[in-house]
Design a protein around this ligand. Structure first.
Ligand code: MTE
Ligand code: MO
Length: 435
């Protein structure tokens, strides 16, 4: 039973969500736990906990934790990324709240950061930088930044990068690793050259089937003989017109945290296939076996939550699944019942595009189609918007659900459990209090 202590939490939540979140976790009420489900709760106690009536209470799934009671708090701050959630500071892992991703293209200040090791930032001299292309090629290359920029045609695209572990926090039992919520996704504009053009110049041998990428960051142990991460993709992805070697993000040199001076973007695939501080492209005659190639995999068949799955039964993740965010308003908004609420966000679908976006204000009983824009180019996220009218006062949640070009929809609840907590593309929702 939610006690007196929860009374008024909604009020605090709508004024100062971070403080309210902190209070929720510090109180550790017995009626619900962070990962557990609410014990069967009646309308009266649920309303009391939220501090408001709940018009569509009857549609709430059993054990459902209303969003107003289920967020986390922020402690650390990283320079240039103020206001974002710091999940880890060694290595640096930071994500924005969903409402900070409202821009059409993600500014560097709001783009998530996922580091596996220790970047050598501050020790990087761009004019001495050399990119090596070797392995299964007839003409190995060593390119300075100048050579790369002058030899190949430039392309600028808006490209989405999402960490394979985005949404990991939703899995139960929990997976090890950064507990990403919704923010490990960004879509910024990048300028660079096509990886395909560079590989053409290096002349791929017919034995070339996979790439292996190496950056200059050190292993987290500081051991210079170890690599922090080295992943790659099948050659077909490397040859895609939108797989770029980039040096510019949103019209500026690539920021240090995002891979200055060079990185690859393999858009729509787990972010781990987009190496930062790029030094070497190794063309392989087999599936790359670099550091962490055994990670970013999911079971080939559905498994029981908590199961351990042998590596031979795990498949490498390629395209990321369809997903969307509500980026405006911020969750916890308070509105008057007579007013309409304009909401908007983004939707994306890995290698696919998004065909439709629907929203619901009654816990999924009915759905309304939102306006959905086409992507500015393939692999850019798509903006959507909708206007809502709430029938009565009370606590509502707005849910958003994208459908991709193949007809695949986002699930409402977290999808199939997997040991490392990848690919959680459950719907995003915001809390709305109508008075
Ligand atoms: N060299 C290097 N490249 C890397 C990583 C890394 O740790 N080192 N992390 C990868 C992972 S797991 C992700 S999700 C993306 C994140 O890119 P971002 O930090 O620019 O958001 O970078 C990828 N590229
Ligand atoms: Mo990642």
């Amino acid at each position: 039973m939610a006690g007196k202590k929860e009374r008024g939490l909604w009020e605090l939540y709508s004024k100062d969500p971070e403080k309210a979140d902190a209070e929720i976790w510090e109180r550790k009420p017995t009626s619900f736990s962070r990962r557990g489900f609410l014990k069967k709760t009646g309308l009266a106690s649920m309303s009391l906990a939220i501090g408001s009536q709940i018009p569509f209470f009857r549609y709430m799934p059993d054990g459902f934790i209303p969003l107003a009671l289920a967020e986390t708090k922020n402690k650390l701050i990283i320079k240039g990324k103020e206001g974002l959630i710091v999940l880890n500071d060694r290595p640096i892992n930071i994500e924005p709240y969903a409402h900070l991703l409202d821009d059409e293209f993600t500014p560097k200040e709001k783009h998530f950061v996922r580091n596996n090791g220790l970047p050598q930032n501050g020790r990087i001299e761009a004019d001495k930088w050399k990119l090596t292309v070797e392995g299964e090629v007839r003409k190995p290359l060593q390119l300075s930044l100048e050579a790369l920029k002058s030899r190949f045609r430039h392309h600028t695209y808006a490209l989405q990068i999402e960490c394979g572990g985005n949404g990991r926090a939703g899995y139960n039992p929990p997976a090890k690793g950064n507990q990403w919520k919704f923010g490990a996704i960004g879509c910024s504009k990048y300028k660079g050259v096509r990886l395909a053009d560079v590989l053409k110049a290096a002349e791929l041998k017919s034995s070339a089937i996979y790439t292996g990428y190496y950056g200059s960051d050190l292993h987290i142990s500081g051991d210079s003989k170890k690599v922090s991460i080295s992943r790659g993709t099948p050659i077909s992805k490397a040859l895609d017109d939108h797989t770029l070697i980039v040096w510019e993000m949103n019209g500026e040199p690539l920021p240090a945290l995002h891979g200055f001076p060079l990185r690859i973007i393999s858009p729509g695939w787990p972010g781990s296939a987009s190496p930062k501080w790029l030094k070497k492209i190794l063309i392989r005659d087999r599936i790359h076996d670099g550091m962490k190639m055994d990670r970013y995999r999911i079971p080939k068949y559905p498994v029981k939550p908590g199961a351990s799955v042998p590596l031979k039964d795990m498949a490498i993740i390629e395209s990321m699944p369809v997903k969307s965010l509500i980026t405006n308003p911020q969750t916890g908004i308070e509105i008057k019942q007579k007013n309409k609420l304009k909401i908007r966000g983004h939707a994306w679908a890995g290698d696919r595009s998004v065909r439709e976006l629907h929203v619901s204000i009654d816990f999924g009983q009915t759905w309304e189609k939102a306006n959905l824009r086409k992507p500015v180019n393939p692999y850019a996220w798509q903006n959507w918007s909708a206007t809502l009218q709430f029938p009565t006062q009370g606590y509502y949640e707005v849910w958003a659900r994208a459908t991709d070009s193949a007809g695949v929809m986002q699930p409402m609840v977290v999808p199939g459990w997997n040991p490392s907590g990848y690919l959680n593309n459950a719907m995003h929702r915001i809390a709305v209090n109508v008075s």
